[in-house]
Design a protein around this ligand. Sequence first.
Ligand code: TYD
Length: 138
Amino acid sequence: MKQTTVENCKIIDIRKYTDNRGYLSVIEGGLDIPFEIRRIYYLYMVPEVARGAHAHKQLQQLLIATSGSVDVIMDDGKSKKSFHLDKPWKGLLIPSGLWRDLENFSGGAVLMCLASEKYEASDYIRDYGEFLAYKNGK
Ligand code: TYD
């Protein structure tokens, strides 16, 4: 999706069930998020480095800081929008076709990603110039 913009990213409030035993949050593919979940991965024990720095041509994702916090900077080639993920019930829905940088992982942060597709290296754009050309239809 070449036409997506940072305005198409959305913070969602993940369903939670609370009682005196604590919290339980749940995400069902196709119900709470607009895609079926084909893969889950998570980043943890991240030192003071930036990660991400890529875009996906097709992949859609939901990012959740299940522990700690992280900044996600989304970029559509024209505008940037920053999201601070810091709650296990706060998810960032990312449509395809957007560049993302992951920064400022707090100590103990765990960033979980629910993805719409299996891992496919050819779906990645890792060069920013190539990303701009892709967005401009070149
Ligand atoms: P990478 O894409 O560099 O991480 P980041 O989220 O910071 O952009 O992935 C690191 C390594 O993990 C790379 O060798 C590819 C591998 N990997 C898989 O094999 N399967 C996966 O689902 C993912 C996300 C990564």
